[in-house]
Design a binder for this molecule. Structure first.
Ligand SMILES: Nc1nc2c([nH]c(=O)n2[C@@H]2O[C@H](COP(=O)(O)OP(=O)(O)OP(=O)(O)O)[C@@H](O)[C@H]2O)c(=O)[nH]1
Length: 133
């Protein structure tokens, strides 16, 4: 059987020239790796609606989805992830950690210092290749 393709959204949240990086908690798959907050698309929702819902659930923040950046397709041993990245503006809320055990705000130039989930590497490369603000 061909592997399932899972649509996942990812938010590049920029605040004061720093980008929100989230570390997956110990109880999660890919624990210890860094990713952009977001999650799996649910039936009937758009990618933008998914991102708004996931960020409310995961971080307790309200956001405005500003623009689509790119989709990174990555084959993990058990599945294929289509990771849809968007630039997102934080509006309000406190960045509580639910699925993550650590949040860090890093300038673009330091993102590569973290061990990112493999699907995120093209997103990091994309960000480094352009200027976002
Ligand atoms: N949210 C998010 N997920 C990512 C990123 N990169 C990446 O490979 N993933 C993978 O995409 C999948 C879906 O993420 P998720 O956070 O909704 O899923 P999960 O494992 O928590 O599942 P669950 O919500 O069913 O417990 C996971 O396998 C996760 O490791 C990323 O930047 N953000």
């Amino acid at each position: 059987m061909p592997p399932v393709i899972i649509d996942v959204t990812a938010a590049v949240i920029v605040k004061d020239d720093r980008i929100c990086c989230a570390r997956r908690a110990a109880h999660k798959e890919h624990a210890g790796y860094w990713e952009f907050p977001g999650g799996k698309l649910e039936l009937g929702e758009t990618l933008e609606q998914c991102l708004v819902r996931e960020l409310a659930e995961e971080l307790a923040i309200e956001v405005r989805v500003e623009r689509f950046l790119l989709t990174s397709r990555h084959r993990y041993p058990d599945k294929i992830i289509d990771l849809h990245a968007f630039q997102v503006r934080w509006l309000c809320g406190d960045f509580n950690c639910v699925d993550h055990d650590l949040i860090r705000w890093l300038p673009l130039s330091e993102l590569q210092q973290l061990p990112w989930s493999a699907a995120d590497i093209p997103i990091i490369d994309h960000l480094l290749a352009q200027t976002i603000g």
